[in-house]
Design a protein around this ligand. Structure first.
Ligand code: UDX
Length: 438
């Protein structure tokens, strides 16, 4: 089986590499010459644990290759995955499908023999229909089927998510495409990961519904964190107490500074727009989006109160810039909103992130970057943990106290507790655990 993957970004590269690791022959295609050149030289354009080694071993085994020549790849392929970006469209929040449709147009002319064309990109309901129409119009004799197969990869855990998924959702109508997709995922199917066959439109909606539900779950616990602060309860215990109910489940109940990343903010917004277009509004998700937007900025208030009500002229050290650990992705990261809000109030910001600083430099102004937590903590009036990187889980508080102007820790990810930090003379603020604050 030969698989072509159009678009060698995050999803395309991880999926293509894992398909190759399953034993398929995979050709990853991208228009960006420099990206393909780098990949051919073993350089991975994104930070994803384990990916470099997996690319290397599959290239060496002759199963994985990279090219800018879409035509050749399409001609050879039995299955073509479209894994190009679907960013939020400027102005209206709809998913921008121009890259998906451009890929469909390019694919159409070169199809050779029965080919299954799969949308892997996150696309609104009905996109598969339009991809089919475009191809049919350009090449009326082509023998093909269009399938929807959304990804559920988490950045930082993408390879294990790909290889051990909770489920694989396939939106397909024809039997030929169904059997090709079963063959593509055969190793996982053998490993008992359920393949869920549904209609194409249903599959497209499942992707948005899944992300929206998770975004809502996080937002729910974040609001409960605020309420816990108000009534004197502990949100982590609340999360445990409700999470042990199997109907609720314990995952995605960590309160924090709000969700960010390349998926939740964009996909929730796109779902809201689709629903509005169909006069069937998803009001829970609309509210989720606005609560989360406000939350990111409002976390700055915690910092301001931790330093006595005024940050003007004070140095605030931010630990963690990426939207979550184990990624270099800064998209919609809460850190961006918090930094901006603190700067608006006159704070001086120093910041450190193990992987995100290269991207952060382009996104924030007037921030001094350091090489470690200790480096940025010098003369700071507060240390603010925004992202729970492992490197921040065992900080040397005695050392930090010596260097900081005032020993204050604002822990927006609840990775410490009062007792651990108070004994080093730190005052401590966290999220939704008033009893833990010192
Ligand atoms: C998400 C989905 O999990 C994945 O299935 C989909 O394919 C893409 O979007 P990702 O964006 O990589 O993956 O990260 P995820 O681990 O889901 O976290 C998203 C955001 O939610 C992060 O900002 C994270 O910090 C936040 N989060 C997550 C919480 O604040 N609390 C939680 O309990 C879980």
């Amino acid at each position: 089986m030969v698989i072509a993957v159009i678009g060698s970004g995050y999803v395309g590269l991880v999926s293509g590499t894992c398909f190759a690791d399953f034993g398929h022959e995979v050709i990853c295609v991208d228009k960006a010459k420099d990206k393909i050149e780098k990949l051919r030289n073993g350089q991975i354009p994104i930070y994803e644990p384990g990916l470099e080694e997996l690319v290397d071993s599959n290239v060496k085994a002759g199963r994985l290759s990279f090219t800018t020549e879409l035509t050749d790849a399409v001609r050879k392929a039995d299955v073509i995955f479209i894994a190009v970006g679907t960013p939020s469209r400027r102005g209206d929040g709809h998913a921008d499908l121009s890259y998906v449709y451009a890929a469909a147009e390019e694919i159409a002319a070169s199809l050779d023999g029965f080919t299954v064309i799969v949308t892997k990109s996150t696309v609104p309901v009905g996109t598969g229909d339009e991809v089919e129409r475009i191809i049919r119009e350009i090449n009326p004799n082509a023998d093909f089927e269009v399938v929807s197969n959304p990804e559920f990869l988490r950045e930082g855990a993408a390879i294990s998510d790909f290889k051990r998924p909770d489920r694989i959702v396939v939106g397909v109508s024809g039997d030929r495409a169904k059997s090709v997709m079963t063959e593509v995922y055969r190793p996982l199917y053998l490993n008992q990961s359920p393949l869920v066959f549904v209609s194409r439109r249903t599959s497209e909606l499942i992707k948005y519904a899944g992300n929206a539900f998770l975004a809502m779950k996080i937002t729910f616990i974040n609001e409960l964190a605020d309420l816990s602060e108000a009534v004197g309860a502990d949100v982590q215990d609340v999360a445990r107490g409700i999470g042990l109910d199997n109907r609720i489940g314990s995952k995605f109940l960590n309160a924090g500074p709000g969700y960010g990343g390349s998926c939740f903010p964009k996909d929730t917004l796109a779902l809201v727009k689709t629903a509005q277009d169909h006069a069937s509004p998803v009001r829970l998700i609309e509210t989720t989006c606005s609560i989360n937007d406000q939350r990111k900025r409002s976390m700055s208030k915690k910092v301001i109160s931790a330093v006595g009500g005024d940050v003007r002229g004070k140095k605030i050290a931010v630990l963690g810039l990426t939207f979550k650990p184990n990624t270099d992705d800064m998209r919609d990261s809460p850190a961006l909103s918090i930094i901006q809000a603190l700067q608006d109030k006159g704070a001086e910001i120093s910041a450190y992130d193990p992987e995100g600083m290269k991207a952060a430099v382009e996104l924030v102004d007037n921030v001094t970057f350091g090489n470690s937590a200790y480096d940025v903590a010098k003369d700071a009036h507060a240390l603010v943990i925004v992202t729970e990187w492992n490197a921040f889980r065992a900080l040397d508080f005695s050392r930090l106290k010596e260097d900081m102007a005032v020993p204050v820790l604002v822990d927006l990810r609840n990775i410490y507790g009062k007792d651990e930090v108070a004994k080093h003379g730190f005052s401590y603020m966290c999220v939704g655990r008033p009893d833990q604050e010192a």
